[in-house]
Design a protein around this ligand. Structure first.
Ligand SMILES: [Zn+2]
Length: 143
C-alpha cells in the first residue's frame, strides 16, 4: 500500500520512492546530521541543481517564525510578563532547540512539497512489496 506524502516526509523518506532515507540517524543526536546525496533505494539525486538547498532557508525561516510566534504567545499567556529580556531569553532558547529540527524539516518540506522535478512514483514501493512477498513465498516453499 502506498504511503502518504506527509507520512514519508515525517519519517525522512525519499520524495520519489518513499522507501530510501534522506537523512541518516536521528534529528537530535551529538553527531552532525548526515544527508544522503542520492536515494539509497531509487537513486534519485536530492540536490536537483547546484545550490538547490539555499531555497530551504526560506522554508526554515517560515518554520522559525511559526515557532517563535507560538513560544512568544505561550510566554505571554503563561507568565503575563512584560519584560523584553524574558521574551528574548525564551526566543534564544527556542531557536537553539529547534535548529536541528528546522535544518532537517526545511529540506524535507522543500523536497516533498516544493520540488516539481521530483514526484512520487509508487512503482518503487510496489516493487519492494512484491519483492518481499516473493521472498516469503520462496521461503515457504523451501520449508
Ligand atoms: Zn528514493
Amino acid at each position: 500500500m502506498p504511503t502518504s506524502k506527509f507520512h514519508a516526509m515525517i519519517h525522512s523518506k525519499c520524495p520519489r520512492c518513499h522507501v530510501g532515507k534522506v537523512f541518516e540517524g536521528k534529528v537530535y543526536s551529538l553527531r552532525k546530521q548526515q544527508m544522503n546525496d542520492v536515494c539509497p533505494h531509487c537513486g534519485v539525486k536530492y540536490e536537483v541543481e547546484p545550490g538547490y538547498f539555499y531555497a530551504a532557508m526560506y522554508v526554515s525561516y517560515a518554520l522559525s517564525v511559526a515557532e517563535i510566534v507560538s513560544v512568544s504567545v505561550a510566554i505571554a499567556i503563561l507568565t503575563g510578563s512584560e519584560s523584553p529580556w524574558f521574551y528574548l531569553a525564551g526566543l534564544a532558547v527556542t531557536i537553539l532547540i529547534f535548529a536541528p529540527f528546522n535544518f532537517r524539516y526545511a529540506r524535507l518540506i522543500l523536497l516533498h512539497f516544493l520540488t516539481p522535478k521530483i514526484s512520487y512514483d509508487p512503482r518503487y514501493e510496489l516493487a519492494l512489496e512484491i519483492g518481499e512477498k516473493d521472498q516469503e513465498s520462496k521461503g515457504n516453499k523451501m520449508n
